[in-house]
Design a protein around this ligand. Structure first.
Ligand SMILES: [Zn+2]
Length: 87
């Protein structure tokens, strides 16, 4: 077994983390950055109906995500996702 001791960190939050944080946010609770505990801000892309949680201190951010009745859906790519769309 080679355990690096958590040397590699994902630059983004996992789906599970975003789900948990989003649930807190919707409950009216303050969402804290899992890395440093600082409050996170919610960015909203009104056109894409997407949301994103961003730490105001260290810059840790979730991927953009949309909300569905079944939960959140991460959007790996931003708005420029349709290669064959002229409109
Ligand atoms: Zn942070």
């Amino acid at each position: 077994m080679s355990e690096a001791g958590g040397a590699q960190e994902s630059p983004h939050l996992t789906h599970a983390e975003v789900t948990r944080l989003w649930a807190k946010f919707r409950a009216g609770d303050v969402v804290h950055c899992p890395r440093d505990g600082i409050g996170m801000a919610l960015a909203v892309d009104g056109a894409a109906k997407a949301y994103r949680l961003v730490c105001t201190q260290c810059g840790l951010a979730s991927a953009w995500f949309g909300t569905t009745p079944a939960g959140i859906v991460l959007r790996s790519a931003p708005a420029t996702v349709a290669p064959s769309g002229d409109e």
